[in-house]
Design a protein around this ligand. Structure first.
Ligand code: TXA
Ligand code: MG
Length: 348
């Protein structure tokens, strides 16, 4: 298949108006021809294809090694375009779009006939999102069709927040990676199912449950304690809710510690040499000893989220065997980060 060429992807920059325009034209041309393009969004990099072309979308599943039952989000550049992808656009969707679009919120609604089966994994609903990143907006406008785009990473691994992350993991499978710099949100969009009543939060993100509730009232939020002990349900409401996801290669644990000695004691109990251990801390920063790397994370959740995946990629690049992340605060704002940590730390 053309889109699975063995050549390395071309990586193009967008940091001048001329480069931006040239990259939009090149990406749109490939997408019109049914090819895949990796491009920046404000959350994480996306692996995009023409959402109306089932063959092009099939290539996404192949390149990512994505299970066929996992539906793909459709990216649009206007409310009008979103409405063409769905068969029913409720008043709640209007309210949410006015408040949060363009931005990191995906709305799950009954699909329309223009959306091929493969995009929805055969299901009756489609996830739609109007991203705020100017590059993907310009490409969607140039193509004048919506873009199916999951995160641009091999299935179940850490999402890409830079073009280098994409090139490293998928660079030999796609023709083009567009470099829009480090993504500004840093973790994936909030996924909200509006096809049920009351609406259900399928994946927490930086558009928080509290903000959604304030706008739309009743909302079903997943129960994490149940998720921890439950087996995977046979049919998944949202496969992004898989227990193990967003995982680095190294083992990841989420711990609290009293002081350096307590932390080292916990690491030794697991049997890892300190030099092969990297620690992401935001409050009790280790100061002594032989740890491989100590990363000081922000105590503000937005700033933490922005760099979190980048730091996990760096841990893998520098051959960490164990990643210890300090338990995040329990208060609002940290919900989505706690969710990603839980899944990254889950056993298979
Ligand atoms: O921020 C994001 O959402 C990024 C950027 C590229 O837009 N995309 C992303 O896509 O994270 P992906 O495929 O890695 O995750 C999409 C999540 C999955 O958990 C999928 O199961 C869920 O959204 N999803 C998509 N369509 C759905 C639907 N119709 N019903 C339920 N869940 C859906
Ligand atoms: Mg993903």
């Amino acid at each position: 298949m053309e889109s699975l060429s063995r050549h390395r992807a071309q990586i193009v920059s967008t940091h001048t108006p001329a480069l931006f325009e040239a990259a939009v034209a090149q990406a749109a041309e490939l997408l019109r021809a049914g090819q895949l393009v990796a491009l920046p969004t404000e959350t994480v990099y996306g692996l995009a294809a023409n959402a109306l072309d089932p063959k092009a979308v099939a290539a996404i599943f192949k390149v990512k090694g994505r299970p066929a039952r996992n539906p793909i989000i459709v990216h649009v550049a206007s409310v009008a375009m979103a409405r063409r992808c769905v068969s029913h656009w409720p008043g709640l969707a209007d309210k949410l779009a006015a408040a949060f679009w363009p931005g990191p919120l995906t709305l799950v609604l009954p699909r329309s006939d223009v959306i091929p089966d493969i995009v929805t994994a055969g299901g009756p609903t489609v996830g739609v999102r109007w991203p705020s990143h100017p590059f993907i907006q310009a490409v969607i406008r140039a193509c004048d069709f919506p873009l199916a785009a999951p995160s641009a990473n091999p299935s179940s691994r850490v999402s890409a927040t830079t073009a280098e992350h994409v090139a490293k993991s998928l660079g030999d499978k796609i023709p083009l990676v567009v470099d829009g710099g480090q993504t500004s949100v840093g973790i994936e969009s909030t996924v909200l199912d509006l096809s049920t009543s009351p609406p259900q939060l399928l994946r927490p993100g930086m558009v928080e449950a509290e903000s959604l509730q304030a706008l739309i009232g009743a909302l079903v939020v997943p129960n994490h304690d149940a998720a921890k002990t439950e087996k995977e349900p046979a049919s998944l409401r949202s496969p992004g809710l898989l227990k193990k996801h967003y995982a680095p290669r190294a083992k990841l644990v989420v711990w609290e510690w009293r002081d350096d000695l307590d932390l080292e004691h916990q690491i030794r109990n697991l049997g890892y040499p300190l030099r092969q251990v990297q620690v992401l801390a935001h409050t009790r920063i280790p100061r002594h000893g032989e740890l491989g790397r100590v990363i000081v994370m922000a105590r503000d959740p937005k700033a933490f989220a922005r760099l979190f995946y980048t730091e996990l990629h760096r841990c893998d690049d520098t051959a960490a065997r164990l990643i210890v992340v300090e338990t995040p605060p329990k208060n609002a704002g940290w919900h989505a980060i706690a969710d990603r940590l839980r899944r990254a730390a889950a056993e298979e």
